[in-house]
Design a protein around this ligand. Structure first.
Ligand SMILES: Cc1ncc(COP(=O)(O)O)c(C=O)c1O
Length: 414
């Protein structure tokens, strides 16, 4: 970054600070990951200069011989990863991907049956503060007493509500969904099916959990979570929705695609096609299972009874009398980054909820395995139980930094 260093020392310094923060910190935010240096290189290229409205071989501006190459590579590789009939790699991120998908197949005011947000659904699945809720009419299904989705109740709701779309997918639900059930219920009421796999796309691509693509009409995702690509979105669909999805993306919702980002998506999808990514996805699940077991051992209550994916949702307030916010602050002090999170039907407020969400995709990318996860669980318990003891927190922080140094990150970035 020699040009940046000379020209704009303030921005350069902030970037250096962020590199160090990532190198020395333990990243347990379930939606984060570390991209490869190859992905970073692709992001920082001259493709950022290019306008490419339209699609490969059907563009509005000239000079597209190389943009067409990278966009087609991204599409072809994603098709190999997910087996989708049609893929659009242009959505700028997960939230726009969802709005695009709704608008492609629904009219304003149409009803969407989605997962209740306090039970794990994402903001763009109908939270009142979002545009999605202003345009569409959302009704929410919840998890049952055992923490899992009650498919009989979902079917009854679908029969009563007659939604135009049944939406699956989540940001804070830890169990495997029964894709076939969604398909069967939607068929009974004539609804379109959509699933948002933003969180689990990498686990699907790596074959560590079942692939929903054959069961759903539309599948949206981000590319930057478990899939370990650049920040961005993507929409997969059955051929019969292909034209509608493409038109809703451009010109319906977006202008020119971000081609540097699409080049980086192509690189990340190339990485995900390698056998090493299968190993990664499998290890993510193993690590999450160890985290589940260890946290339970320390007396933490896990929502939904445990996990089948890359994260756990912990009721820290119910388990230890420490709120989600207090836990987040204490863990920040020991160099462990995660987020406070509402638990289903949380009696506390969103700004200071009962839970924390903990994910292992980033530490797994760093090479951490079962042994390290055991240490992380121990530190989490120690920090939560001693959240007011600054001296103890400082001691743990040193241990966290020492472990991070054993798993170096971005050695070549200067
Ligand atoms: C399930 C789900 N969908 C969509 C999004 C939104 O993605 P983005 O932040 O890229 O807009 C998220 C982000 O956390 C998510 O978890």
């Amino acid at each position: 970054m020699k040009n940046l260093k000379k020209q704009d020392p303030k921005v350069y310094k902030a970037i250096q600070g962020e590199i160090k923060r990532q190198q020395e910190g333990m990243e347990l935010i379930a939606s984060e990951n570390y991209v490869s240096e190859a992905v970073l290189e692709a992001l920082g290229t001259v493709f950022t200069n290019k306008y490419s409205e339209g699609y490969p071989k059907k563009r509005y501006y000239g000079g597209q011989e190389y943009t067409d190459v990278v966009e087609q590579l991204a599409i072809d590789r994603a098709k190999k990863l997910f087996g989708a009939e049609h893929i659009n790699v242009q959505p700028l991120s997960g939230a726009p991907a969802n709005m695009i998908a709704y608008s492609a197949v629904l009219q304003p005011g149409d009803k969407i049956l989605g997962m209740d947000l306090s039970h794990g659904g994402h903001l763009t699945h109908g939270h009142p503060v979002t545009l999605s809720a202003k345009v569409y009419n959302f009704v929410g299904y919840k998890t049952g007493a055992d923490g899992k989705i009650d498919y009989d109740a979902l079917e009854k709701m679908a029969m009563a509500e007659k939604p135009k779309m049944i939406l699956a997918g989540f940001s804070a639900y830890t169990r495997q969904l029964n894709y076939r059930k969604f398909q069967q219920i939607a068929k009974k009421v004539g609804a379109i099916t959509m699933i948002d796999v933003a969180h689990i796309a990498g686990l699907i691509a790596g074959g560590a959990i079942p692939n929903p693509v054959p069961y759903f009409d539309i599948v949206t995702t981000t590319t930057h979570k478990t899939l370990r690509g650049p920040r961005g979105g993507m929409i997969m669909c059955k051929e019969k929705f292909a034209k509608a999805i493409d038109k809703a993306t451009f010109p319906g919702f977006q202008g020119g695609p971000h081609m540097n980002n699409i080049a980086a998506k192509a690189v990340a999808f190339g990485e995900a096609l390698k056998p090493s990514f299968k190993k990664y996805a499998t290890q993510v699940i193993k690590n999450a299972k160890v985290l589940e077991k260890e946290l339970k051992k320390y007396g933490f209550k896990l929502m939904f009874g445990g996990t089948d994916n890359h994260m756990v949702l912990v009721d820290v307030f119910g388990s230890k009398g420490v709120s989600g916010k207090e836990a987040e602050v204490a863990l920040d002090k020991i160099g462990i980054t995660l987020n406070k999170n509402m638990i289903p039907d949380d009696p506390r407020s969103p700004m200071d909820p009962s839970g924390v969400r903990i994910g292992v995709p980033a530490v797994t990318s760093r090479g951490m395995k079962e042994k390290e996860i055991e240490k992380i669980a121990k530190w989490i318990n120690d920090a939560v139980e001693n959240h007011k003891d600054e001296k103890r927190l400082k001691e743990i922080h040193k241990e966290v930094i020492a472990l991070c140094k054993k798993f170096p990150l971005y050695k070549n970035l200067k």
